[in-house]
Design a protein around this ligand. Structure first.
Ligand code: AMP
Length: 306
């Protein structure tokens, strides 16, 4: 039983107060897949050009990620994004977005993906997210991420897409933009009325809040000593969250998801987001072990229990 992940596979240029890298492996689907791969089998759907390095495909394959759905466009160039972070790293400005082969991305799920039970849709155009959802036979749990650009300029399309989702992960400013409510609790209720019954609102270094049914659960962010590069942290949160639920084999149909499982998934999400920030790009995932993940999960328990 695998998790199907759809989104960008990219090359990124990133500048933070700790240094800068002109070009390195990135993309939302890359981060999601790497984080989720510690918990469950992952099948990736994305597009790259023929400049996509064998070494980068090798890193994904080394984590057991199925690359059957990674389309290569001959003569095409891989999506490129670059950004620069503020001194406290809470804000970032995009310097360049070259869509390249991503401009014509029209995801087609390989036959071997369609029967899988779990689907995580990275931040791409809502109509494409819906088309992927429709290609899955009967996912047990489907949802994903979006961003302010789609909320502001593709609102109707996004609302249509959200109707088919079990869960949505977004950050707090996006939750306010999507709902038109400043108050986070009210914003969450409004959003959950649009479709996704489970909502996770990410609050950067301050953690995340999970809303489900009448209840909510608040997880703090992990207090890192040094944040080198926050790029991909939100995607790694999503990968840890959904990867954990997929690994547990949870189902939504018929029975309710156990709220305790969802709470643990939020903590694994926070754990994976925190590891992501400890090195530039995906570097932390080159040697991260499951034992380190468990140790940080225990630390979370120790510093939040009362
Ligand atoms: P995050 O820091 O979690 O927002 O994710 C950053 C990643 O998203 C980077 O690796 C970028 O390559 C990727 N990215 C940036 N802009 C876009 C976009 N418009 N569509 C898809 N992926 C993007």
């Amino acid at each position: 039983m695998a998790l199907v992940v759809v989104g960008s596979v990219a090359y990124d240029g990133v500048e933070t107060p700790h240094g800068s890298v002109d070009r390195m492996l990135g993309g939302a689907a890359t981060y999601i897949s790497l984080a989720a791969s510690y918990f469950t089998a992952v099948k990736l759907v994305a597009v790259v050009g023929d400049d996509f390095a064998a070494e980068d495909a090798g890193l994904l394959a080394s984590r057991g990620i199925d690359l059957t759905g990674l389309e290569r466009v001959p003569g095409g160039k891989t999506f490129f994004w670059s950004g620069v972070y503020s001194a406290d790293m809470n804000d970032r400005a995009t310097l360049r977005t070259d869509l390249n082969v991503f401009a014509d991305f029209n995801p087609k799920l390989p036959e071997s993906y369609r029967g899988e039970p779990y689907l995580l849709l990275g931040n791409i155009q809502p109509a494409l997210q819906e088309s992927v959802r429709a290609q899955m036979q009967r996912p047990r749990l489907a949802g994903g991420d979006t961003m302010n650009y789609w909320i502001a300029d593709f609102r109707e399309e996004l609302l249509q897409t959200l109707k088919g989702w079990d869960f949505l992960l977004i950050n707090d400013s996006e939750a306010r933009l999507l709902s038109g409510e400043r108050n986070l609790r009210r914003a969450a209720s409004r959003i959950r009325e649009t479709g996704p019954r489970t909502l996770v609102v990410k609050r950067g270094e301050y953690g995340a809040v999970l809303f489900r049914g009448d209840g909510h659960f608040m997880a703090p962010g992990y207090l890192l000593e040094d944040v080198f590069d926050p790029t991909g942290a939100g995607d790694c949160f999503a990968g840890g969250f959904m990867g954990y639920l997929a690994g547990r084999g949870v189902a939504i149909d018929g029975a309710e998801i156990d709220f305790a499982d969802l709470r643990r998934a939020v903590i694994y999400g926070s754990v994976m987001g925190s590891f992501c920030c400890e090195r530039f790009g995906v570097d932390r995932f080159r040697e991260l072990t499951r034992a380190e993940i468990e140790a940080r999960y225990q630390e979370f328990q120790a510093c939040t229990g009362f």
